[in-house]
Design a protein. Sequence first.
Lengths: 255, 257
Amino acid sequence: MPKIALEDVTKSFGSKKVLRGITMKIPAGKSVVVIGGSGTGKSVLLKCILGLLKPDSGSIKIDGVEVTTLHPWQRESMMRKFGMLFQGGALFDSLPVWENVAFGLVQGKRTSRRKAQPIAYDALAKVGLSEDVGLLSPAELSGGMQKRVALARAIASQPEIIFFDEPTTGLDPITADVINDLIVESVHNLGATALSITHDMASARKIADIIAMIYDGKIVWQGPASDIDHSGNEYVDQFIHGRAQGPIKLEVKRS
Amino acid sequence: MLGLASVGRFALVFSAIVGKLSKFFVQSVLSCLVPPYFLGQLGRQLWRIGYNSLPVVGLTALFTGSALALQIYIGGSRFNAEGIVANIVAIGITRELGPVLAGLMVAGRVSAAIAAEIGTMRVTEQIDALVTLSTSPFKYLVAPRLLAATICLPLLVGIADTIGILGGYLVGTRSLGFNSAVYLKNTMDFIEMGDVTSGLIKAAVFGFIIALMGCYHGYHSAGGAQGVGRATTNAVVSASVLILASNYFLTSIFFGE
Ligand SMILES: Nc1ncnc2c1ncn2[C@@H]1O[C@H](COP(=O)(O)OP(=O)(O)OP(=O)(O)O)[C@@H](O)[C@H]1O
Ligand SMILES: [Mg+2]
């Protein structure tokens, strides 16, 4: 049974159709990376699975349980399986960094603060942040540091399923590689299932078992990461080589 | 025809808002009752909503009580009824002016702050992040604010009543020439328990309205900084109007024939 199974999921905002029928399966214990152009609905896809947005139609099953019709109370316990790194970080600016990282443990899982604190500092260390960052407020950090705190928060409670929305964007290449290793480690050592979104092909190659490409609201290609260079799919080829010419057209005005 | 269409459109929009608000109301009240409770958050909100509102509520009450005493003296002297100042100040402050003015002042302070804070959390996805950390935003954000405001407003109004009457007393004894013992006796003899408790019940309702409007508009804000600004304005305006409207209905329930 796949960990997550999507069947013909659609989502529009007003007249704008963002997802036009997404069907994909995410096997347990695997790392799936979704690639695709900016604004194609990758973040919307993650939010639909998490229930933060309600899809217009289609089915989403997690561990075989249909989640689109879940009652809010049931959803709260479903959420304990998840960790999510938001594209914008979404750190709580009223709390210091370490409490942000410990939040899922303290508030969500009701662990005592004293037990959660070392776990939080450990998670911070794993993303390359030193002890003294723990007491700062998120507003005092650089963009890349905020991203790493958000990452630490997503993995601190050791969730079964982790979503990473652009985990390496805004990081220098060395830190990005540390983060890639961390994601690989989370999947292989903890047995988590990961769904990541990235534009960074180096990162995708490193962390993905399976790569899926989204275009025009649909999955146009999906296959093992090792096949990405000979996918035989012109959308994928254009994307991984970053060519302006090809089937994917960007509407820009030329003067 | 055109007029009818716009009436229809207005009715549709209005009923959509009422529906959304009712749903929010029910969810908020449920989350106040069903555990888990976030007591730390409640304590922090009691401090921010209650204690920090003391200066503005106190000053408002002091000056209102003083002005009221002056006006009643001037008005009363037209038919030789200056002696009634203490009585009218007591009843006016405890029944109407204390709760309404404290409610409006706190609405300006607290509804705005709540809407801005929750609205910013909404547009920066912090509310979504709460959900993914298996914490209900209703229990963590809305319930502590609703409870804190509902608890604090009666306390604040109790203080406002006292300070307001004190303001009247100061003006009465210092500049209008009342004897201080007589003024106090008139106040204490005239005022009834019902005057005070009706005001405190009003205050609890106003506190609930203040927090509910702040949370509701913040929670549903969208569209970045401008959206948060709009939410803040709407929270203060709707809280103020609802306070004045519900005050009328509560007065007619308590004191109507
Ligand atoms: N809350 C919303 N209301 C209206 N439209 C939205 C909303 N969220 C997303 N959209 C629209 O959905 C489309 C997809 O957005 P999404 O954030 O999923 O893109 P993305 O694939 O993650 O892009 P990027 O790689 O730039 O992050 C965009 O065109 C956006 O305008
Ligand atoms: Mg995105």
